[in-house]
Design a protein around this ligand. Structure first.
Ligand code: PHE
Length: 352
């Protein structure tokens, strides 16, 4: 007997070792190329050597190579089947739902603090019979100043304070960004008859330098009531009722004299500090009181400009800063926080 079959047995043993390590399709594919590949496959090479084998040994050698080839082919088929089944299992489990994954909680939107404060103020006056009215942000000098009894040389009309948009002088042709919501009083009086009870929330604009307490754009809410027999006592009662529904049952209001051209008398309205219950704190500067709005009895001239007979009707008006009230409620140090929409801040305001 020649050596050939022995060498082939050795090759078969080597193949079995390789085969035992091949798991994945790629590994099995490599095994097939290594052993049966056209150029350099081990079995192919041994088959090629058949030519060189002496005649009398060809029979045994050929049988040995064929046995090796058959064994390699059969085993590769097995391995390919197993690798394909494994790949299918892996694909199946990749598709499966993993119920142990931590949940992905969607971010839930919330109303901006300013919107919440505005809506609460609106709700508290709606419960007193007020309707919400609207007016333009670009106003004429007539609505913003002249009709509201601002004399032509009033400092508020100065370009230092007011953003002028178009035209010069005064009157209806001169356009500006409204400096307060009071022009909506005039628009309302001219468009309907008493009794009037309206609330007008809106943005207003003033050329203020930006600092923690001032912004060139901020939010006011204006109120106007006109009817027969309205007195200063109604104004006080209304604002006291508002303070209680908005700031809580223990809230008190205090009125101090001040001047606005469109009311007579005019008052500053302060509410007792809700943060320290009047013990004195940083927010109320130790005084126990916080000024939240201007108010007063509508000036007869303003009623007249609005087409309402001041002999028959009287009324009161008030205006408050929404941003300022939001600062108070949340104890915030800086108005700018309300405009920057930094989610870290907004989240904190809501969890406080
Ligand atoms: N318009 C005034 C302001 O902007 C506020 C105000 C409104 C005062 C109504 C009295 C009556 O300061």
């Amino acid at each position: 007997m020649t050596e050939a079959p022995f060498v082939l047995d050795e090759q078969l043993a080597r193949f079995e070792l390789d085969a035992a390590r091949a798991r994945t399709s790629a590994e099995v594919q490599k095994l097939r190329v290594d052993w049966l590949g056209k150029g350099h496959g081990v079995v192919t090479a041994f088959l090629g050597l058949l030519r060189e084998v002496p005649k009398d040994e060809k029979g045994a050698y050929g049988a040995g190579v064929n046995k090796l080839k058959a064994r390699v082919e059969a085993r590769l088929k097995e391995l390919e089947g197993a690798a394909a089944a494994e790949a299918a299992r892996a694909a199946e489990s990749a598709r499966a739902v993993d119920v142990t994954l931590p949940p992905r909680v969607p971010a839930v939107g919330r109303l901006h603090p300013l919107t919440v404060v505005r809506r609460r103020i609106e709700a508290s006056f709606r419960s007193l019979g007020y309707e919400v009215a609207d007016g333009p942000e670009v106003e004429s000098d007539w609505y913003n100043f002249e009709s509201l009894n601002f004399p032509p040389d009033h400092p508020a009309r100065d370009a230092v304070d007011t953003f002028f948009v178009k035209g010069g002088g005064t009157g209806r042709d001169r356009l500006l960004l409204r400096t307060h919501t009071s022009p909506v009083q005039m628009r309302t009086m001219l468009s309907r008859k008493p009794p009037i009870r309206i609330l007008c929330p809106g943005r207003v604009f003033r050329k203020d330098d930006i600092d923690p307490r001032h912004l060139p754009v901020f939010n006011q809410i204006e109120g106007l009531a006109v009817d027969e027999g309205i007195t200063f006592a109604d104004l006080r009662g209304t604002l006291a009722a508002f303070a209680r529904t908005f700031f809580g049952d223990r809230a008190k209001v205090r009125f101090g004299p001040t001047f606005f051209p469109f009311v007579e008398p005019g008052v500053d309205v302060a509410v007792s500090c809700v943060l320290c219950e009047q013990k004195g704190c940083r927010v109320c500067s130790g005084s126990g009181w916080i000024e939240i709005m201007g108010a007063g009895m509508v000036h007869p001239k303003v009623l007249e400009n609005g087409g309402i007979d001041p002999e028959r009707y009287t009324g009161f008006a008030f205006g408050m800063g929404v941003d300022r009230i939001a600062l108070l409620l949340h104890g915030l140090p800086d108005l700018r926080l309300l405009l920057e929409n930094d989610l870290r801040f907004l989240d904190r305001v809501w969890s406080s």
